[in-house]
Design a protein around this ligand. Sequence first.
Ligand SMILES: Cc1cc2nc3c(=O)[nH]c(=O)nc-3n(C[C@H](O)[C@H](O)[C@H](O)COP(=O)(O)OP(=O)(O)OC[C@H]3O[C@@H](n4cnc5c(N)ncnc54)[C@H](O)[C@@H]3O)c2cc1C
Length: 373
Amino acid sequence: MFQESHYDCLVIGGGFFGSILASELAGQGYRAVLCEKEDGLLQRASYANQARVHNGYHYPRSVLTALRSRVNFPRFTSEFQPAIVSDFRKLYAVPRRFSKVSARQFRLFMERIGAPISRATASEVKLFNSELIEDVFGVVEYAFDAVRLLAICEERLHRAGVEIQTRTRVESVHAAEGGLRVVCTSDGDHTEVHARRVLNCAYSQINELLDHSGLPMIRLKHELTELALIEPPPELRQAGVTVMCGPFFSCMPFPAKGLHTLSHVRYTPHATWQDGTGPYTNAHDWFAAAPRRSRFPHMIRDAARYLPCLGRSTHRESLWEVKTVLPQSEGDDSRPILFRRDHGVPGLTCILGGKIDNIYDAVAEFTVDAALP
Ligand SMILES: Cc1cc2nc3c(=O)[nH]c(=O)nc-3n(C[C@H](O)[C@H](O)[C@H](O)COP(=O)(O)OP(=O)(O)OC[C@H]3O[C@@H](n4cnc5c(N)ncnc54)[C@H](O)[C@@H]3O)c2cc1C
């Protein structure tokens, strides 16, 4: 049950973005409530992802995203330090064929954006198939532990005095005197509350709320993704490897489980669709109903051609989640944030962060967006 009938701010979605934005608002003195439809916070995309703290290397075709990552990296790793895992060696390898950048272009780009890069050691290079891999670099890129990130978010929300309503789905929002009327369901019961501002941080479900509220949809692209959770061979236990830039793969530590994720550009997305181009499809419902037949055998078969020792990995389980990106990111694989103020109705802001460290871009937009009336 909600503690109040009127709030300054109601935040939809208790992922990383909703949690941090709700605590920022409450920290500024606004009465804020955070609504999350799952049993707890950070259970969806903020948990089920590759756990990479981006530092620019992943975006050799988008100078803006690479530079923003460089700016956010030191901030994020210091502010969320208890959740940061840095005790592994990170390697980026560039294949001889089918890569959208050559090894030289990759190195020059990283030097230009000031991202530390050096040749991998001879023993590291030997791990790779030299017939397929042109060059291998050692870089500075970390991972985050999603369970520790959750603990930090919970502590902040608590300290800022945010009211948290889990198992509470926001169904729709409607213009009302002095703000918005928000319709929610909680354990089957319908409730209505009033908020002067509503932040829609529902990630892959942003359009679900807009659709139910009769508001214009935002063009978003969704992928039903599988990340294989593996025990890597001993050579890779203290390493992360990304093969760039094209239909290749990444093997990153996943600290929340003490395993590694294996993702493959070709096999990780099981299905892809876009909102705003036809009848609306609810990403989470679609995801829940979709068949989940692991593609780990395909991922490992291809990845082991480039990194033979990876073939000795053991598949433990898979993480399944909907990944949502802006369609305009397709061409250069960029990851800008989506920030739509007063979307369809005054007081409703829709925010989507393409990657975790984009939180700073979202907070900055929100600050510019200014305080409540
Ligand atoms: C496969 C994959 C790999 C990724 N890899 C990386 C990576 O390595 N590094 C990186 O920085 N980023 C990565 N990302 C992106 C990153 O996960 C997201 O940018 C980030 O988690 C988005 O946070 P969020 O809070 O917006 O979304 P979420 O964590 O999904 O939070 C949205 C929340 O809203 C809730 N919700 C939805 N609808 C409603 C409603 N109507 N009422 C109440 N609650 C609702 C959901 O249950 C969910 O908890 C990856 C994403 C995926 C899927």
